[in-house]
Design a protein around this ligand. Structure first.
Ligand code: EAT
Length: 476
């Protein structure tokens, strides 16, 4: 062979090698990556998917301070106040001696949630400070050491379940109290201590699921540190253990790491966990951004801060804004979970009580558009958001922006006809529908001032034929 032939041949071999290598990189061999492709489809997960609206509760020692110390206001999130350099750590760590939510009435909490229309609640059993709201036998830093003495989680689970609301337990892996917790594992000592911490976590989680057997899922937090990321194998085996212990259990993507320490999505880009839990106060812009996964969005009334804050800093979301966020989430196949930060006496601040009531009043009329509905597959349209029933027979237009013409321009899928349109408040009265060019429908509503977002229900018929003009986009 001439030198030239050898060179060309080598290049050929090299190029095959490169191509093969690209494919090999597409799928990294993982023992602790995603164990499922696509959505989880069992009954429990379908129930989760149908919730639409949830409640989050942040309650703990930080609720006593309410974001203030010594007359000064902490600018960070109130449940993070322990990390404020103006607050001596021993002051925070002694707060448990005053923790006494004497006005805590689990039935009242559950009644408020029920009235608001929430289908599930997530409650902090142990936030980053390590303080446990249940009498854990594995910790010396629990509610039994406080003047209150009694368990809060058990009565809460019971009261919410009595109202038909599912309970999820929030649990932080990050733990400022445990001597064994580490943010990284650098030495042999670190790894010995963290090994003890892992046993502690497993014991506590087992205890929670055993003591509160109606728990539907665990909402994990504080899993972003290197110590946890270096323990992908452990996180995977713990998740599998918890699911065997508690069949149907739902755990989001914030829990574990893969072999290489990747979180949420494994090193091959596949979602780990039962739903994407990445959106803290963030809502994806469009359906593509959800990657067709289940997801939830946890939201605060304020701009930041989850625990009780005496002073509201910055913008405070109005009920209509929250309803818009709720409908946007549901229209993109996600659940919307609104956070509450009760005061240390165990009661809710008036603003939260009032907002819960207003959301509940709206839900009483419009919840058919929220519960057990899903993404319509339509593009986002100017008037607001849309959802569709599971069977695809009813679609809901949740209207936020009404055109001055009073004609709401709707674009369905090509094979969907609208048989009937009516206000959800009165489905006996049909609103006029006109078919216009390019498959649009104009639905006429009275030209008046609408004070709240409202819902139009559509009866959808799947047609075989495409509507004239809709099937093609001719350029002339
Ligand atoms: O304290 C918040 C709250 O519990 C929320 C659901 N998650 C916690 C949290 N800790 C963070 C640390 C860094 C960045 C964002 C955080 N959110």
């Amino acid at each position: 062979m001439s030198k030239k032939t050898i060179a060309v041949f080598s290049l050929f071999i090299a190029s095959i090698f490169v191509i093969n290598n690209i494919h090999a990189q597409d799928t990294i061999a993982l023992q602790h990556g995603a164990h499922r492709i696509g959505r989880r489809e069992d009954t429990m997960m379908q129930r989760w998917r149908g919730y639409g609206l949830g409640q989050f509760i942040h309650f703990g020692l930080y609720s006593i301070l309410g974001g203030e110390y010594n007359g000064e206001t902490y600018n960070g999130a109130s449940e993070w106040i322990r990390s404020w350099n103006k607050l001596p750590k021993n002051v925070y760590d002694s707060l448990y001696k005053q923790f006494n939510p004497t006005k805590f009435n689990p039935d009242e909490w559950a009644a408020m949630a029920k009235q608001m229309g929430v289908k599930y609640v997530t409650i902090t059993t142990r936030h980053h400070d390590g303080f446990c709201l249940w009498p854990s036998k594995y910790s010396d830093y629990t509610i039994v050491k406080t003047p209150y003495k009694k368990d809060m989680i058990g009565p809460l689970v019971k009261a919410y379940n009595k109202q038909g609301i599912d309970v999820y337990l929030y649990y932080s892996i990050l733990d400022w109290h445990s001597k064994d917790w580490r943010d990284d594992i650098k030495t042999e000592d670190d790894s010995i201590a963290f090994a003890r911490f892992k046993v502690f976590v497993k014991n506590q989680l087992t205890e929670l699921l055993t003591d509160y057997p109606t728990t539907k899922g665990l909402w994990f937090d504080g899993t972003w540190d290197k110590s946890w990321k270096k323990n992908g194998a452990f996180t995977d085996s713990l998740e599998q253990y918890l699911k065997q212990l508690h069949p149907g259990l739902i755990i989001g993507s914030r829990f574990r790491a893969d072999d290489l320490g990747k979180r949420h999505f494994d090193s091959n880009g596949r979602l780990m966990g039962d739903y994407e839990q990445g959106w803290e106060r963030k809502i994806p812009e469009n359906f593509a951004a959800t990657h067709d996964n289940d997801w939830d969005c946890v939201m605060t009334f304020g701009e930041n801060g989850w625990g009780y804050q005496k002073k509201w800093l910055g913008h405070w979301k109005t009920t209509d804004e929250l309803i818009e966020m709720l409908t946007k989430c549901v229209s993109l196949d996600g659940n919307f979970v609104l956070n509450f930060g009760p005061k240390s006496d165990g009661t809710f601040r008036n603003e939260e009580v009032e907002a819960a009531k207003q959301i509940g009043d709206w839900m009483k009329i419009n919840s058919a558009a929220i519960y057990n509905t899903r993404y319509t597959g339509w593009e986002k349209q100017d008037w607001g958001y849309s959802t569709i029933s599971k069977a695809g027979k009813q679609a809901y237009l949740i209207i936020f922006n009404i055109p001055v013409s009073g004609k709401i321009r709707v674009h369905t899928k090509p094979n969907q006809d609208i048989n009937k349109a009516s206000f959800i408040t009165d489905t006996n009265i049909s609103l006029p529908i006109e078919s216009v060019d390019y498959g649009y429908k104009l639905i006429s509503v009275p030209q008046q001032v609408y004070k709240t977002p409202f819902v139009i229900e559509l009866n959808i018929e799947q047609s075989k034929q495409k509507m004239k003009g809709q099937e093609e986009n001719k350029h002339v």
